[in-house]
Each structure stands twice: as structure tokens, then as C-alpha cells.
Design a binder for this molecule. Sequence first.
Ligand code: GSH
Length: 205
Amino acid sequence: MSLKIYGIAASRAIRPLWAAEELGIPYEHIRLHYNAPETREAPYLALNPNGTVPAIDDDGLVLFESLAITLHLARSRPAGGLWASNVADEARIGQWTLWAATEAEPLARQWFHHTAFLPEAQRIPRLADEALEKLQARLRVLDEHLATRDYLVGNGFTVADLNVAAVLQRLNDMAREAVPYARAWHARCLARPAAQRAFALRQAG
Ligand SMILES: N[C@@H](CCC(=O)N[C@@H](CS)C(=O)NCC(=O)O)C(=O)O
């Protein structure tokens, strides 16, 4: 069995890296920068035809889409404890993962791009403000859900927490309103030793 993870840790590759660390899967990390010319060349495009990172090769199973990758890693290693123990919780993991991808990520990305990621001359403060404003409603949904539980699904940390916490990586900077339960949950997720190991990979690139 061999797992290869393509993409620098300072990219969405942090998601599969964090999942692999949680699950204790040995992996080879190919530190491919998202702007590297290799991402547009045939060998990498055969792994991810979008030319983006991450991609994985899990013993011959080649996948792109960071959140689909974490779901696969969790589900294929049930002993690792990130997956659900019943069909209802599987559905809830799907719900929160798609919520992260469709409700939260586009807004978080828009805000990040127009406050930090783009060269200053290309940033449009109005777009950052609009995204941040809309995000508050999403963060309230998360906060209300977490007011009565420590984790999103079931009784412990699952890949749903990993996916949402990773997508909302900058939750503390984005939350304008008081969302104490979401903040406490986020801190709990990021304090996990596996998360710390994965995020430390950013120092190495
Ligand atoms: N929805 C994809 C997005 C992948 C993506 O856009 N990755 C960025 C890095 S975080 C990238 O490779 N950007 C380079 C580009 O768009 O050319 C996923 O979650 O895997």
C-alpha cells in the first residue's frame, strides 16, 4: 500500500495531509507548488486534469478534489475513526462537507483573495466586504449547531470536522459576530496533534 499526496501544504493539499496524519497513513508528500509549470504538464495532468493541487495516488486510485480525497481516506480506513458508524452519520458527513464546499468556501475564498492573496492592486475591498457579510450567516449556522455538541457529527471528531475546519481555516479572522461555540470547536480541531503536524509542513513548503 502506498499513498502519494501532491501539493504544497500551503494549499488545499493541507486537507489530505491532515487526514493522512489523523489516520496514521504513511505517505509520500510531493511538494508541488500550485503555480509550478509541472501542474500544466502531461504527467501531472494525468493525475489531475484540472492542473490544480491537490491530487493523490492511493495505491493506484488517483483522485482530485481535496474534500473528496479526505472522504475517501476516512472511509477506506474506518479503523482510523474519522468515518461514521451508521448511515445517518454518513449522510451528515456528506451534508457538512458539501456545506463547506458550496456555502462556505466560495465566500471564504473571495474574502481571502481580496484581503491577502491577490497582489494589492488587484484587490477589491467591496468584494471582500460583501463576502464577509454573507459569511456571518453561515458562521451563525455553524455556531448554533455546535452550541449543543462538541463535534459536527456523532460523538467525536470525524472527517466532517476536518473538512469544515480546514475550509474555514481563517474562522477567527472572518467572524465579525460572537460565534463562541464555533470558535471553541475550531480551536479544538486545530489543536489536534495531527493538525499541528500537518500545518507544520507549511514551514517546509
Ligand atoms: N476544488 C479544488 C480546488 C483546487 C485548487 O484550486 N487548488 C489551488 C491551490 S489551493 C490551485 O491549484 N490553484 C492553481 C490554479 O488554479 O491554477 C479542490 O478542493 O481540490
